[in-house]
Design a protein around this ligand. Structure first.
Ligand SMILES: Nc1ncnc2c1ncn2[C@@H]1O[C@H](COP(=O)(O)OP(=O)(O)OP(=O)(O)O)[C@@H](O)[C@H]1O
Length: 479
């Protein structure tokens, strides 16, 4: 097969895999959303823009799950105060915030020693009296969730047995994830209770909620406020809209969120968080949050500076597998991520590696988001040492924790050109003090050699040749 048609064939195969994967996830989500939000389901089998957008929520969830630490950033926050003449407070310790002792205990129990960059400025603003509104944007993993959870817990009056804080998240899974943070941080503050306004949580008609914090998806929260009246919106003191960029990408959520916001009192503190800030997010943010303070933290650029890059020449996938075994035989690899171009190759490779006795996790296009989340959690917890995945599956996932990345197939776009952005994202690291990493690229044709050369030129960084039959040479790369 000529290289061009080979490239096209794999692209087509992968594209098919992608749409099947998406359809399954979305079909399920649609049904669930329909149940929760009264949305319409259209299963016409065509990949629509909405399905693409739905991926954002899945990516965001998977990213949260794979990460166990704060994202390092050397950038400074940009602050735009509603009242520029008022002093700007920033804290370097949690003590300075005069938190309730139970909450301080919760923060330390989570292993937080000091506020993150965004928390340094966001927390004093959110905890100020009178309450201030805030729009905050910073990339995923910089401590936004922990910040607003702390703000909600601080503002609650545990004596009052009714909902006082309302937090909306784009999906069921993301709401559960944030709920977990509330539960952990509020561990030593048992008087404060939390309830999930999500599909499946059916309450009896006439119920008046006693929990002080409600977290849920926009459709259910709206129903609970408006139709079912489980919540009295006029008693809400803090309203949080999380993941605004994911929210606006989901049909109907924007309107529902605005309708919820309109039911809240003028005095309610409005807080909105987003990982990205395009105009659409900004326009939405301004409708949700009147008179806001604004905090932005620029995304840390990824670089290849701290990465050692190699390539290995092989003639077939079997040879690539053998090269991989040689590498594993020569150096100790704590955890590795291996990227394949198609689901078929990924499945085959995972099988071969497990036959060799490796503990392998496979992330594949046909899995539903919950299954993918479970795989990622097991990998993050170190239950498996190798994660084999297709690019489609791993798109957008931060792999900063993983020290070795293997491109079993090099990333190419649909036109068969090098996908430099994906290459950088797969193996790059953020921050000047980012951990050192090792990247190994498998080359198995003139086509892939050409791709490798073009990637090398693009980044102006040499990718060294590695002979995987020479054990001494392999050993050297680990030092
Ligand atoms: N001050 C802190 N010190 C140490 N770790 C922290 C601190 N704040 C948050 N973390 C941890 O860092 C990780 C990312 O935090 P968090 O989830 O709040 O970020 P985020 O910006 O909300 O990201 P995402 O949008 O993906 O949820 C979490 O594992 C969290 O427990």
């Amino acid at each position: 097969m000529a290289t061009d048609s080979w490239a096209q064939a794999v692209d087509e195969q992968e594209a098919a895999a992608e749409s099947i994967g998406n359809l399954q996830i979305n079909e399920k989500d649609d049904k669930l959303n329909a149940a929760a939000n009264g949305a319409k389901t259209e299963g016409d089998g065509v990949k629509t823009e909405d399905e693409d957008k739905d991926d954002k929520a899945a990516q965001s969830l998977l990213n949260k799950l794979i990460r166990s630490n704060l994202v390092n950033t050397t950038n400074q926050v940009e602050v735009l105060q509603r009242d520029p003449s008022s002093p700007l407070y920033s804290v370097k310790s949690f003590e300075e915030l005069r938190l309730k002792p139970q909450l301080l205990q919760g923060v330390y129990a989570l292993g937080f020693n000091r506020p993150s960059k965004i928390q340094e400025t966001a927390l004093p603003m959110m905890l100020a009296e009178p309450p201030q509104n805030l729009i905050a944007q910073s990339q995923s993993g910089t401590g936004k969730t922990a910040a607003f959870v702390l703000a909600m817990l601080s503002h609650v009056d545990p004596e009052n047995k009714w909902p006082q804080c309302l937090c909306v998240s784009p999906t069921y899974e993301l709401a559960l994830q944030t709920g977990k943070v509330i539960e952990q941080m509020g561990k030593f503050y048992p008087e404060v209770q939390l309830v999930y306004a999500i599909r499946g949580n059916k309450l009896e008609r006439g119920t008046k909620l006693q929990e002080q914090i409600v977290i849920g998806t926009p459709g259910t929260v709206l129903d609970w406020c408006q139709k079912l009246k489980f919540i009295e919106p006029r008693k809400i003191k803090v309203f949080v809209l999380d993941e605004a960029d994911v929210m606006i990408a989901t049909q109907g959520h924007q309107d529902q969120s605005i309708r919820i916001q309109r039911m809240l009192p003028k005095t309610c503190q409005m807080l909105l968080f987003s990982a990205t800030f395009e105009d659409t997010v900004w326009n939405f943010a301004k409708r949700i949050v009147p008179d806001p303070n604004i905090i932005k933290l620029k995304r840390e650029e990824e670089t290849l500076d701290t990465i050692k890059q190699y390539f290995v020449i092989c003639n077939s996938k079997e040879e690539k597998f053998q090269a991989l075994c040689n590498i594993y035989g020569a150096i100790t690899i704590a955890q590795a991520m291996i990227f394949c171009h198609t689901r078929k190759t990924a499945g085959w490779l995972a099988g071969e590696l497990s036959r060799e006795g490796h503990q392998v996790a496979l992330l594949s296009g046909e899995m539903q988001v919950e299954q993918r989340a479970a795989v990622i959690e097991r990998f993050r917890d170190g239950k498996e040492k190798v994660l084999v995945t297709t690019n489609v599956c791993a798109r957008g996932i931060d792999v900063e924790q993983v020290s070795v990345v293997i491109n079993f197939d090099l990333p190419v776009d649909r036109d068969g050109n090098p996908d430099n952005e994906t290459y950088l994202h797969r193996i790059g690291r953020t921050g000047r003090f980012g951990k050192r990493g090792l990247a190994i690229n498998m080359v198995d044709s003139r086509f892939s050699m050409n791709i490798l050369n073009r990637i090398q030129e693009h980044f102006n960084k040499k990718i060294e040749k590695l002979d995987t039959d020479d054990l001494d040479e392999i050993e050297k790369i680990a030092n």
